[in-house]
Design a protein around this ligand. Sequence first.
Ligand SMILES: Nc1ncnc2c1ncn2[C@@H]1O[C@H](COP(=O)(O)OP(=O)(O)OP(=O)(O)O)[C@@H](O)[C@H]1O
Length: 319
Amino acid sequence: MSAATAAAHPIEARGLVKRYDHVTAVDHVDITVEAGTVYGYLGPNGAGKTTSLRMLLGLIRPDEGRARLFGRDPLEEGAAALDGVAGFVEAPRFYPYLSGRRNLELMAALDGGDAADRIDDALETVGLAERDGDKVSGYSHGMKQRLGIGAALLRDPRLLLLDEPTTGLDPAGMRDMRELVRRLAADGITVLLSSHIMGEVEELCDRVAIVRSGRVIYEGAMDALLHRASAHGQRYRLRTTDDVRAWDVGSYLAGVSELVSGDDGLTFAAEHEQVVAELSLALAARGVGIVALVPATASLEELFFRMTEGAEANEEGTA
Ligand SMILES: Nc1ncnc2c1ncn2[C@@H]1O[C@H](COP(=O)(O)OP(=O)(O)OP(=O)(O)O)[C@@H](O)[C@H]1O
């Protein structure tokens, strides 16, 4: 790799557009992923995540714009531009009647170079070293997903593109996959991860782009997004011995806003913790017992829905 490409960003895409008949799947998307980050590409079904990742990897041609990986355009330079890059965009396909190890051996033979020397490490990293001799047909969905990442690791990537790697996994499978992504990032691999799961992106990513109908409606540091999510005050969930009365008390208290009564008690926003303390005292004074009063953790999720489905989405610029 030349000095010029070594200094380039792992991903730099400008003005990517992809249209299918009347659908603009990807609409002028800019993405810059800096080395060492775990970058979340977050959006609901049909937002254009897979199409974007496929363009980044040069699997499909954009109608407009261009993408560079470490300074190289996969459409112009072909396989050479994918040096150091591995993608996991479609569900990985393996020979079911062969073992996990044998599948990796076949892939390594295709890849050539020293890929075969990395098989043991790859199996170890993805937690399949103990099951490497079992037929893939006997693997769980999560194991197949991890074998897919193992296959990507044979290329010794410095950049890994993962399209919804936890989709379809059970909670334990999701946890294992997240743990694996964290480990790969700790090993210095830059990761672009698409997901529709807000909590997952919040947990794993340093930076995030939120996409809706092919457009990036927010781009920025995860911290800044979370800060923005709580700009109108921290939200809380409240359950009491008498929610109707509690609602009355809350609605008259200064500093309490967005008071909503739901099936599982009340939610509200409070500008300061002091307001929460005042509310608890006011409830006690009126004989209402607090059963639970906890900060609501779904702030990113709420923000996401506001951005992707609410009227606010139209006014949002990229940050
Ligand atoms: N080959 C294709 N032909 C026609 N339309 C397509 C094609 N690929 C994608 N689309 C359309 O482009 C839009 C974006 O699809 P894409 O698969 O990129 O979204 P996504 O965010 O990855 O969604 P999901 O989470 O459901 O996979 C959708 O409306 C989809 O129907």
